[in-house]
Design a protein around this ligand. Structure first.
Ligand SMILES: Nc1nc2c(c(=O)[nH]1)N[C@H]1C(S)=C(S)[C@@H](COP(=O)(O)OP(=O)(O)OC[C@H]3O[C@@H](n4cnc5c(N)ncnc54)[C@H](O)[C@@H]3O)O[C@H]1N2
Ligand code: MOO
Length: 391
């Protein structure tokens, strides 16, 4: 069996190569920009007013103008400014030829068609947003590797970009094994349980920005498990299996993966929960067989699958704890294993929640992360700091 850090190091070295794809702008949120993006236009694309006020040609010590005409935002017929005159103008409206300065209306008194300056010092060029001052056509406006935010989408939309090349999220096939599993909505017979792993894995993947998810169920039958694996390998980049990876007589996942030509990266980690985790690769595909207990699935997903996906997608993977906080109670454990404990964080401390068994999901109603208690540690005192992974 390998340690948690060895398993993570193996995964980090074996993430398949990235692929890129073109997506509509509104689908790019949360994804990583795949190439440097150049602006196809100047921004602003025309000189325009930054204020509601009056467009003038600046002259030293001039304080009176004759008003003629107006220009609203979006106006098509733009008058030319005559010498000594002013044109009424609004924020975002194109500047008229002949004008170089805008005076905000609060500084001006209007009497008939005469404008007089009441206060303020007019600086040549003030309140004019000049063409190309934000961005020149051809400038790089977003670098490859940037996480695309709503603000970034606004920037790209502002230069008329409709599609953006991003690092493609992997397409994922989930295979849920188990004769005892029923879907929510079906009646349960004695000995049966509801499928928790399918919905939790699907929604974890959705949170990572993955839309191409197929989730199927197979019985604990070696031929059916093998066929499901082979089919998933023809379609998906990432395959997640739930259950059937331990040593029972009805655990057929490992042999199914071997028969499908998957190369094992590791099997079994010195950890609790999730000890019998399997990871493998085939061509440019990655495969995880997650131990069926739901809390083991959640732990293994968060510790190994999620960081692998994030690294694959060019994001910050989060292989290590993000926070160190003191325990609010002492704890004891088996020193041969790393423990991942469901926790609730409080402003200054960590609470270890009740129900740490691998079958027990109750802690997830309040948990906001895991604490990692490393291999080698047998006991911890109240107040000792633990590494925390928040969801
Ligand atoms: N003799 C040994 N037995 C077991 C060992 C061991 O080392 N020696 N390891 C235990 C550990 S640790 C784990 S974890 C489990 C992993 O078992 P499998 O991956 O083979 O999973 P299953 O046996 O199929 O299921 C385990 C458990 O989880 C429930 N389950 C399965 N799928 C779902 C689902 N989709 N939704 C909700 N619950 C699910 C299933 O009913 C079982 O109770 O092996 C131990 N045994
Ligand atoms: O390792 Mo298992 O996931 O503890 O029950």
């Amino acid at each position: 069996m390998i340690s948690v850090s060895q398993a993570k190091a193996i995964l980090q070295k074996n993430i398949p190569p990235r692929k890129s794809k073109l997506v509509p702008l509104e689908k790019a949120i949360g994804l990583i920009c795949g190439v440097d993006i150049h602006s196809p236009m100047h921004v602003p694309s025309f000189d325009n007013s930054a204020m509601d006020g009056y467009a003038i040609a600046w002259e030293a010590r001039k304080t009176r103008w004759v008003l003629e005409g107006e220009i609203a935002a979006g106006a098509k017929d733009i008058p030319i400014l005559s010498t000594g005159k002013a044109i009424r103008i609004f924020t975002g409206a194109p500047m008229p030829d002949g004008a170089d300065t805008v005076i905000q209306q609060e500084w001006i008194a209007v009497e008939g068609s005469t404008l007089s300056l009441q206060s303020g010092e007019i600086i040549k060029g003030m309140h004019v947003r000049k063409e190309g001052t934000q961005t020149k056509s051809g400038d790089i406006i977003m670098k490859a590797g940037t996480a695309i935010t709503p603000g970034g989408i606004g920037l790209l939309a502002s230069v008329g970009i409709q599609h953006v090349s991003v690092i493609a999220p992997p397409s994922v096939g989930i295979i849920i094994t188990g004769n005892e599993i029923k879907e929510v909505g079906q009646p349960l017979e004695h000995g049966e349980i509801y499928n928790a792993n399918g919905p939790l894995l699907t929604t974890y993947l959705q949170q990572e920005g993955i839309e191409a998810i197929e989730c199927i169920r197979v019985e604990d039958n070696p031929d059916m498990v093998r066929q499901a694996i082979n089919k998933a390998l023809t379609i998906h980049d990432l395959i997640l299996l739930s259950g059937g990876i331990s040593v029972g007589d009805y655990d057929f996942v490992k042999e199914g993966l071997e028969q499908a030509g998957v190369q094992e990266l590791f099997y079994k980690i010195k950890q609790k929960p999730g000890k019998p985790l399997y990871a493998g690769i085939k061509d440019e595909q990655m495969i995880f067989a997650l131990p069926g207990n739901p809390a083991s699935v959640i732990t293994c997903f968060n510790q190994y699958v999620k960081p692998s996906i994030r690294q694959w997608m060019g994001k910050n993977p989060g292989w290590e704890p993000t926070l160190w906080l003191p325990l609010n109670s002492p704890m004891k454990k088996n020193p041969d294993l790393t423990f991942f404990l469901k926790i609730k964080t409080h402003p200054e401390e960590v609470e270890i929640l009740q129900g740490q068994e691998s079958f027990n999901l109750i802690a997830f109603s309040t948990a906001d992360g895991f604490a990692e208690i490393p291999e080698g540690v047998e006991a911890m005192e109240k107040g000792e700091k633990v590494g925390v992974y928040l969801w």
